[in-house]
Ligand binder design. Structure first.
Ligand code: GRG
Length: 306
């Protein structure tokens, strides 16, 4: 018998593209319902928020949230507000990251960045408003027997706060031009990327009233998939074109940022991403084959080319 818990599921094809398309459709229409229309005053801010939110993001975090809910026997309706909240936080972080004061990028999701279209002041506000909107949308969730609404909100505040997402961004900014160790780089990636992916799967499970064992498994899965995701992102930055990525390729090197390829080389980076993905599969053991969408997503993230 194989010791790889993902092996049996992977031998039966899982339509990951179809899964992602369905998840995107659900999330897009829920986000559209939840956000003020672009015609609502002040029109500029609502138009700017919608510009980045509907710019063609892959919706990976919401898909992970919905897949985690499914693995725990939950419903789409219960997980959807939390999936949308995570996407709003993710989009806010991209809008702010692209600002001249941060990563200074002109393209994101294949389109001009928010500040290039609306100006820097409005992009700051659009990011602020998306972050705030996340909590309003998450507040639609009624919670479950094990997880009160306030514990769901706490998941979001922890992942987005100054100990996780913002801590990662601070370390990233302060690390520019510095030579970092692999451990220091992992510190950044764990906070800047992995924390929000972990939050996505945990919230999906919590929306389904998951057991403590399931929540632990989802945390382990999210951590490893999140780190693998960022290692792959580092690899894609040096191996893909700007057209393929929908954002400026080669930025990390130009900004003298430490990345996995710059510290350990491309080949070892690929091996690290594959090892993290195997750990993510292994974490799903308690689901006994009922987490096929999560397994397929982990594999998709490892094999993605944009
Ligand atoms: C400004 C607080 C603050 C944080 C910024 C998001 C971020 C932290 C920096 C952006 C650059 C970066 C490498 C982030 C790591 C996470 C990541 C790889 C984001 C891109 O996620 P995708 O590929 O993007 O899921 P789409 O556009 O498909 O949603």
């Amino acid at each position: 018998m194989s010791t790889d818990p993902g092996a049996s599921a992977r031998s039966v094809p899982f339509d990951i593209q179809g899964y992602l398309e369905r998840a995107s459709r659900e999330v897009n229409s829920a986000l559209d319902r939840s956000l003020p229309k672009a015609s609502v005053k002040p029109r500029t801010i609502h138009s700017a928020m919608r510009y980045s939110l509907f710019a063609g993001g892959k919706r990976l975090r919401p898909a992970l949230c919905l897949a985690a809910a499914e693995a725990c026997g939950g419903t789409l309706a219960d997980a959807l507000p939390l999936a949308c909240a995570v996407e709003c936080i993710h989009t806010y972080s991209l809008v702010h990251d692209d600002l001249p004061a941060m990563d200074d990028d002109d393209y994101r999701r294949g389109k001009l960045t928010n500040h290039k279209v609306y100006g820097e002041g409005m992009a700051v506000l659009a990011g602020d408003a998306l972050l705030t909107q996340a909590f309003e949308i998450a507040n639609q969730s009624p919670g479950t027997r094990r997880y009160e609404p306030r514990s769901l909100i706490r998941e979001l505040t922890t992942a987005a706060g100054s100990l996780q997402l913002i801590a990662g961004q601070v370390a990233d900014l302060e690390g520019e031009g510095q030579s970092l160790s692999e451990k220091e780089l992992r510190f950044i990636h764990e906070r800047k990327t992995s924390a929000l992916l972990t939050c996505s799967v945990r919230l999906g499970g919590m929306s389904a009233n998951c057991s403590p064992t399931q929540l632990k498994a989802l945390s382990e899965f999210g951590y490893n998939v999140g780190l693998a995701f960022q290692v792959i992102d580092d690899i894609l930055d040096v191996t893909q074109s700007s057209e393929q990525l929908g954002k400026t390729a080669g930025k990390d090197e130009a900004a003298q940022k430490a990345t996995y390829p710059s510290i350990v080389g491309l080949e070892k980076s690929r091996a690290i991403a594959a090892r993290l993905t195997r750990r993510a599969y292994a974490a799903l053991k308690p689901f006994r084959g009922r987490a096929r969408a999560l397994e397929a997503l982990a594999r998709h993230l490892l094999e993605r080319d944009r």
